[in-house]
Design a binder for this molecule. Sequence first.
Ligand code: NAD
Ligand code: DAU
Length: 357
Amino acid sequence: MKNILITGGAGFIGSNFVRYLLQTDPDVRIINLDALTYAGSLENLRDLPDPDRHDFIRGDICDQQLVRRLLEEREIELVVHFAAESHVDRSILGPGEFIRTNIQGTFTLLEALRHYRRSSPGRDVHFHHISTDEVYGSLEKGEPAFTESTPLAPSSPYAASKAASDHLVRAYFQTYGLPVTITNCSNNYGPYQFPEKLIPLMILNARSGRALPIYGDGQQIRDWLYVEDHCQAIWKVIQRSRPGETYNVGGGNQPTNLEIVREICATLDELLPDSEYLPHFGLVEHVEDRPGHDRRYAVDISKITRELGWKPQTSLQQGLRDTVVWYLEHPDWIAGISAKGEYQSWVEENYQKRDRQ
Ligand code: NAD
Ligand code: DAU
């Protein structure tokens, strides 16, 4: 059995990765370290395949003693690092926690690995860092997509904290020779995404007849990837990449936010023909823009395709449809989030003061 420490495995992508890995590799044992912030939930880890190979530990990645103890006692061979504060709008309203978890937390993990290596020579723990395309900043229409050598130019406190963590990971490879790999991925969507992010927010609001808040003109462009495709890419990089390498991961599409919302609404119109809110797209409301809003992301995936043979399997149309169906079929999961109260206060804090346009 290979012992794998996954950080942030109760969040959106982390929980999908836990499920994917238990299904894909019978020889792994997962130790899942997650602080269960507002974004993490044990509800995301219900009905795991082969749950005996999954141990959940509630804890903070900034807790050096805890991380060191886990590395030693659980004889960890691989760390897959998802844990982060991940929402751009929250980083604008309160950047402090992003600096703590995303920078200090990554530093804590790297330091624990450096000490572990010194105290147990020959035990080289592979550290895989999950990062984002947002570290590269914003593109204008027509500019070429981000490659792995595009200079980092983050716009938001979230993106800046992720860029800092990428730099730290790279520095620990260059300076101490820690075996690290990094993936910089575009916007994910799919089951278990917390409904503060565009796609689940729009699905839930539209279904309930609430306004669909589009920041600014809605012409911003993202590159969307179905979460299971991201999980496959991560596992491929972990298994096949040389230490020190970075790979971009993306879905190869360029819709505007308004086009995404139009597609979601059309799917809801079709799946809920008796809804009192038809057509759902009529609920769109343009609101004050996000400060520092990146206009466009596009990711060049030629390196991972050429070197590791990965490319996305799920079309945007199919992935969006599956996602809408998943949210419609999981009212209990949604009720669990709404019941916490924290979600409602976030919605009020982020949207109530925004001017309608
Ligand atoms: P998420 O917000 O859904 O989940 C984050 C998880 O980390 C939660 O379970 C939370 O409880 C945990 N966590 C937060 N602070 C912690 C701490 N101090 N100690 C331990 N656990 C802590 O995030 P996500 O969307 O699943 O993103 C996961 C990773 O992927 C992040 O590193 C993010 O930057 C990166 N990423 C996300 C996307 C995307 O579109 N969501 C795209 C590219 C990269
Ligand atoms: O690119 C990868 C990144 O994608 C990840 O690193 C982040 O963790 C993830 O949150 C995501 O960041 P974005 O800011 O692109 O995602 P979000 O879902 O918040 O917004 C997507 C787009 O939709 C963006 O242009 C802002 C817009 N938007 C978002 C919300 C929540 C709206 O117009 N209205 C909204 O209410």
